[in-house]
Ligand binder design. Structure first.
Ligand code: ZN
Length: 243
């Protein structure tokens, strides 16, 4: 089985379309989306439509929950909050009902898929240190967990021998039997690792190969749509900077 895995699309249809074209070439068997379909970007309904058609499993992100009123907006910073108010006004009834039915996590064999953390996924915590990764490793029991949420791709690997977690940014990994993995696959629609290219991942359960991919998309066109929607300048400029 070859999975394509994407996360944090954030209403960026240009980025999503480009990523799906690339994944088509990768000949994946299943597409799994780790959430945050909406928020920040100018085409939330269009992104939901396309994900609905393409993905076999779709997990909820915090922005998806905010869009349907499951999270209070005071938890968001000013830019995210304003964009979310715009998103709430823009979403169609069909989009809202799709977001309402998303689940918080999925498990297939020894792999867990989640937006934020494998345990308590609705607290929307971040895994941003080896210590936080270790806390997560103790709290879930699968070998491998794919996450999004931070928009920064990174790998946390637990060695069963010495119980130590290492953190690195390698874009290709072979999953080894005596290790466990929390792999952050980055963001399609708003990367924040100073690389503006859209991010997506593939994982082959037979060869055990994980690969993180980057692809350039038409950022200027997304920015133009954002200007037209009167979304915040800071959200528009950050796409080109990848932060
Ligand atoms: Zn996000």
């Amino acid at each position: 089985m070859k999975y394509g895995i994407i996360s944090d699309i954030h209403g960026n249809l240009n980025a999503l379309t480009t990523v799906l074209q690339e994944l088509n070439r990768e000949k994946i068997d299943q597409l799994i989306c780790l959430g945050d379909l909406v928020g920040y970007g100018p085409e939330p309904n269009e992104c939901i439509q396309l994900i609905k058609k393409s993905a076999t499993i779709v997990i909820a992100g915090n922005h998806d929950h905010a869009a349907i009123g499951k999270i209070e907006l005071r938890l968001f910073n000013r830019y995210a909050r304003n964009a979310m108010l715009w998103t709430r006004q823009t979403l169609t009834k069909a989009s809202i009902s799709f977001l309402r039915n998303l689940k918080l996590t999925a498990i297939i064999d020894d792999v867990q898929f989640v937006h934020a953390t494998p345990h308590n996924p609705d607290l929307w915590n971040y895994i941003s240190s080896t210590f936080e990764a270790l806390v997560s490793f103790i709290a879930f029991d699968k070998q491998l967990c794919f996450v999004g949420h931070s928009h920064v791709p990174t790998n946390y690997i637990l060695s069963e021998q010495n119980k130590k977690v290492v953190n690195h940014f390698d874009q290709q990994i072979t999953i080894e039997p005596n290790k466990r993995y929390i792999l952050n696959i980055g963001s399609v629609g708003q990367p924040r690792d100073l690389n503006p290219k859209a991010t997506y991942a593939t994982y082959n359960t037979v060869t055990r190969r994980y690969k993180l991919h980057r692809v350039a998309y038409n950022i200027a066109q997304t920015q133009q749509k954002m200007r037209k929607a009167k979304l915040d300048d800071r959200l528009i400029s950050r796409l080109a900077a990848g932060r």
